[in-house]
Design a protein around this ligand. Structure first.
Ligand SMILES: NC(=O)c1ccc[n+]([C@@H]2O[C@H](COP(=O)([O-])OP(=O)(O)OC[C@H]3O[C@@H](n4cnc5c(N)ncnc54)[C@H](O)[C@@H]3O)[C@@H](O)[C@H]2O)c1
Length: 362
């Protein structure tokens, strides 16, 4: 791990320190649905931010967000058009974007071109071309861009990743992940439309794939996958997203990612697993545990800030990164690669063939 990324992780607790009113960053939240309201709730608990504006194309959602701000003693202007917000709110420092995936390219580029700092929800975009457009806009931008891969800031996973990246467990051989659960939330229709969410690798599997790519330290060379809709056929009506897939990624150093993701797990049966197998043993990212190859004793890794919410840690890190002009741990470059990894698996599954990184980047 570079000194920069290590410092970003270690700096996170300092974020919770009290800050004077003048030091607070003026922030707007664009998209105040399910995720936006969650992000807003955390922002309102962090002393480094002052939420001055909220925006949603649905006026009742913007109003509900403004009420959340008012309940914490603040005042936020409401908008239904983010472009008006960007034009009219003066002295804005940063935007938190939580709009549906198919809008990310447009909203993110508008915010970056306005010279503001941006915390943008994942994925970066839904096509390679659009991902590149957002990444290039972020490279040109005055502000920093941090992407909603908050698991990088989850205290247990961050501790496990430090252990791996510091070489304490040897070299990575294989990452093995499972994300088995119930179906997507029925009250959010765009999640079921692959043209709007990019399908379930890009919208959901991406978090764990991002961690695994990070553990290995470079993008995969090849991917193959199989998937489809086994249980939730046309359920809800018009559904175009899969309900399961498995994907295998191969890396030039011989490492592998083996990932299985489905929505027909009976309650509590398997759940989520994120495991990295290395030459010296294996690491459970979620539990921050190391099982050495040479002993039956499992080691609990030291976890600073244990129990803190990953999203809160990520937002707090964002405020500190803006303040000190630091490169985020979940920066646009890593988000670009994570999104391409997910697009690569989706292409392999749809086209039933091995897809190479070279063709993704071509
Ligand atoms: N990081 C995570 O763990 C995580 C978790 C859940 C969702 N997300 C991401 O957050 C984003 C939002 O997801 P959600 O579950 O909150 O969906 P949602 O549909 O509940 O919320 C999206 C909101 O954006 C509004 N909106 C749509 N277009 C807009 C526009 N042009 N300008 C302003 N507002 C607009 C919608 O009216 C809606 O209220 C997605 O990108 C999703 O992938 C991330």
């Amino acid at each position: 791990m570079t000194e920069l990324t290590r410092r970003s992780i270690l700096a996170a607790p300092a974020l919770l320190r009290a800050q004077s009113r003048e030091e607070r960053l003026r922030v707007a939240v664009i998209g105040t649905g399910n995720r936006g309201a969650f992000l807003l709730g955390h922002l309102l608990e962090l002393s480094g931010a002052q939420v001055v504006a909220v925006c949603d194309i649905l006026p009742d959602r913007a109003d509900r967000a403004a009420t959340m701000v008012a309940k914490k003693g603040g005042q936020a202007r409401t908008f239904t058009d983010y472009r008006r917000l960007l034009d009219e709110v003066k002295d804005l420092d940063a935007v938190v974007q939580a709009t549906p995936d198919f809008t990310h390219r447009e909203v993110d580029i508008a915010v970056l071109e306005r010279g503001l700092h941006l915390y943008a929800e994942k994925p970066l975009a839904l096509t390679v071309e659009d991902c590149r457009a957002v990444r290039d806009a972020a490279r040109r931008a005055k502000g920093i861009m941090q992407v909603g891969f908050q698991l990088r800031h989850d205290p247990a996973r961050a501790a496990a990743m430090r252990w791996i990246r510091d070489g304490k467990a040897g070299r990575v051989l294989q990452c093995h992940g499972m994300r088995h659960g119930g179906d997507l939330p029925r009250d959010i229709p765009w999640y079921f439309d692959k043209t709007k969410c990019g399908d379930i690798v890009v919208d959901q599997g991406i978090h764990i794939l991002d961690l695994f790519r990070w553990a290995i330290g470079r993008p995969p060379a090849r991917c193959y996958g199989e998937g489809g809709t086994a249980l939730f056929v046309d359920d809800p009506p018009g559904r175009t997203v899969m309900d399961h897939y498995s994907a295998i990624f191969e890396f030039d150093g011989g490492e592998q990612i083996n990932f299985s993701h489905h929505y027909f797990d009976p309650p509590g049966f398997t759940g989520i697993q994120e495991r990295v197998f290395l030459s010296g043993g294996a690491v459970d990212l979620i539990r921050a545990e190391f099982q050495p190859r040479t002993s039956r004793e499992r080691m609990k890794l030291e976890v600073p800030d244990a129990g803190q919410d990953a999203t809160r840690m990520s937002l707090a890190a964002f405020l500190e990164n803006v303040r000190h002009n630091r490169r985020p741990l979940n920066d646009v470059e890593s988000a670009y690669e994570a999104t391409l990894v997910a697009l690569m698996a989706t292409r392999a599954i749809y086209e039933k063939r091995i897809v190479t990184w070279a063709e993704m980047e071509a």
